[in-house]
Design a protein around this ligand. Structure first.
Ligand code: G6P
Length: 614
């Protein structure tokens, strides 16, 4: 949700910043803008729409050469996606330019104060107040941008990453962080700040994680971090463990297609090295004792979007293996309903980005109630894992397409590992049983590969239904969250009405939606599963009312041929593992449908990948 990048060094800042924005565009693409310092003046270009619009503006109205610059790609919150609301925002005297990710909650008061002081604001954004406040504070800060930033941050409420440059200090970029992401890239004779490492991984893989309420000042030769109070700050250096190629399309037309294809590797990588010398499962960071884990009486998963669906899948497995009740809660609802959690609860936050504000706030609420916390996350050094007692990383590599694919599969795998870990510590499952499940999991990359090899007919089926007004998805048990995820993918990408239902619920209402020709995607369990016949009954109910059935069914399920119009095959798989294969054709289905409709698959309208506002 908004991508920000700042650079100081020897290279052309504009090139570095625009290349960084290209990598960050997944975070928002309502407008883009850059500012550089040249010959003692600020130069700004900004434009509504995608980064390409900004690039063509710079083509017709070039920027001067400069080695210091900042850039922003926006997901609009305060003020529509217009040129004037695009960042950077500049102080009235054109001395300071600011970019921002987050929401300044007390911006209305600050706007009034500025207006009363005679400042004319030229946008509807909350960000602009920061530019004017910084300029107004500079005299009191003795002309020191870092000090001015510190003083201004103390007046701001909400969540923000702010990055500023001052025309009078051309070799310096200052950034501040509260509850929004910010990482520092450490180069040789150059340094970077950005929303995430993908913006600078072409230049350096050495990075610093910042904590909350910290300010970083970068120059070509140094990086200095202080707290909002001006004291020394603790930072954590880390090395990015993937290279720039991982953030490229690698020969695929779309990031989404590449990420779908990467799923076997993502699952395999997320399973690697999970046993220690004593053959005990291990997590990446563990600050919970076995005693703590034995005392857990309930597990609560908090997550949003696709990650929430991964949590729903995990509930079936974790309850089955551990006999601990598992609640799965939309993170945005969690803290507002006064949830019952305490020291005997384990709250698991699932988040690909590790920055989703709804999830972060749910997690903080759980911590405040004394709950034990564990993160399942794909982004090393992001806020959610930093604030949890334990962390299990998913090793999916960077996920760029806004609609999540490989992260979903790895989140399920990671949540299953947590379930097995709990079962191990609490001696709920024997070592042999755990090892059997691990063998099943280890067999999944190959099965996902098989699905990918045979997925071509799904594209033709998707095109057949491209003009449908609505698509329904039904499933039971773990097939139910898969149905929800299939519908979410279609909404996100094809902008179509799509809904997922627990198949048993159809008759209690949703069946009224069925009329002639409505496509219904059915996620079937194995023919040996006791729910298979129940699913066939559900199919008959909707077929009798005119539905067209697209069945996701196991190889060898002959019975389904009599009850469906199209069959998409997935390999024979133990029930709890089935979401790892049955989701894949649904991803391809949505991707193809969106392509057929001419939509931008990687950057669907109105969405952003990392939603850092509540
Ligand atoms: C956004 C994205 C979704 C994603 C959700 C949670 O809404 O558009 O695709 O599932 O955030 O993201 P997270 O990074 O917390 O997994």
């Amino acid at each position: 949700m908004c991508g920000i990048v700042g650079y100081v060094g020897q290279k052309q800042a504009l090139e570095v910043v625009v290349a960084g924005l290209r990598r960050l565009e997944y975070r928002g693409y309502d407008s883009a803008g850059v500012a550089v310092i040249a010959d003692g003046a600020l130069e700004v270009r900004k434009k509504a729409g995608k980064l390409a619009n900004l690039e063509s503006l710079i083509g017709t109205d070039p920027l001067p050469q400069s080695t210091t610059g900042i850039g922003h790609t926006r997901w609009a919150t305060h003020g529509g996606p217009t040129d004037s609301n695009a960042h950077p925002h500049v102080s009235e005297d054109s001395s300071i330019a600011v970019i921002h990710n987050g929401i300044i909650e007390n911006f209305a008061e600050l706007r009034e104060e500025l207006t009363a002081a005679g400042v004319t604001l030229s946008s509807e954004t909350d960000t602009e107040v920061a530019a004017h406040l910084l300029a107004a504070t500079m005299p009191a800060a003795g002309g020191n941008l870092t000090d001015a930033m510190r003083m201004v941050c103390q007046r701001l409420e909400g969540a923000f990453t702010l990055v500023a440059i001052d025309k009078a200090q051309p070799d310096l970029v200052v950034a501040a962080r509260r509850n929004s992401p910010l990482v520092v890239g450490l180069g040789e004779g150059e340094n970077f700040v950005a929303s995430d490492v993908s913006a600078f991984v072409d230049h350096t893989r050495n990075a610093l994680e910042l904590g909350q309420d910290q300010i970083v000042t970068i120059t070509p030769s140094g990086v200095d971090v202080i707290t909002f109070e001006g004291g020394p700050a603790e930072v954590t250096p880390f090395t990015v463990d993937w290279d720039a190629a991982a953030a490229e399309k690698g020969g695929f037309d779309l990031f989404m297609l590449k990420e779908i294809a990467e799923q076997p590797k993502a699952v395999a990588d997320s399973l690697r090295g999970r046993f220690d010398a004593d053959n005990r499962l291990q997590l990446d960071e563990m600050r919970l004792s076995d005693v703590d884990l034995r005392g857990i009486t309930k597990v609560v998963v908090v997550a949003c979007g696709t990650a929430f669906h991964a949590g729903m899948v995990a509930k079936y497995a974790v309850e089955h293996w551990t006999r601990i009740p598992v609640e799965v809660e939309l993170a945005s609802e969690f803290r507002y309903r006064d949830p019952i959690v305490g020291p005997d609860s384990l709250v698991i936050a699932i988040s690909q980005s590790g920055e989703t504000m709804d999830t972060l706030m749910a997690l903080r609420h759980a911590k405040a109630q004394g709950a034990r916390t564990l993160a399942i996350c794909n982004t090393v050094g992001s806020t959610i894992p930093r604030e949890c007692d334990a962390v299990l990383y998913t090793y999916a590599g960077p996920e760029i397409a806004v609609a999540s694919t490989k992260a979903f599969l790895t989140q399920i795998v990671a949540a299953y590992l947590v379930g097995l870990y709990l079962a191990q510590v609490r001696e709920q499952m024997s070592a042999a049983d755990i090892s059997d499940v691990m063998e099943d999991l280890k067999g999944m990359p190959q099965k996902v590969d098989l699905v990918l090899d045979t997925v071509e007919p799904v594209r033709a089926i998707a095109r057949t239904f491209a003009n449908s007004t609505s698509v329904l998805f039904i499933g039971r048990h773990v097939g139910y969250p898969v149905a929800l995820e299939g519908a979410l993918k279609l909404k996100e990408l094809a902008y179509m009405h799509a809904e997922g239902f627990a198949a048993g619920e159809l008759k209690h209402g949703p069946i009224a939606l069925i009329e002639d020709g409505v496509p219904v995607v059915v996620i079937l369990p194995s023919p040996s599963d006791r729910l298979h016949d129940k699913m066939i009954s559900a199919i008959q109910e909707v077929r009798a009312r005119g539905a067209v059935i697209i069945a996701i069914a196991e190889e060898g399920d002959e019975k389904i041929l009599n009850f469906s119009d199209h069959v998409i095959r997935v390999p024979v798989t133990p029930s709890l593992m089935q979401p790892l294969v049955s989701t894949v054709p649904l991803q391809v289905f949505a991707c193809e449908m969106a392509t057929a409709k001419g939509h931008d698959v990687d950057q669907p309208r109105n969405l952003a990948k990392s939603v850092t506002v509540e």
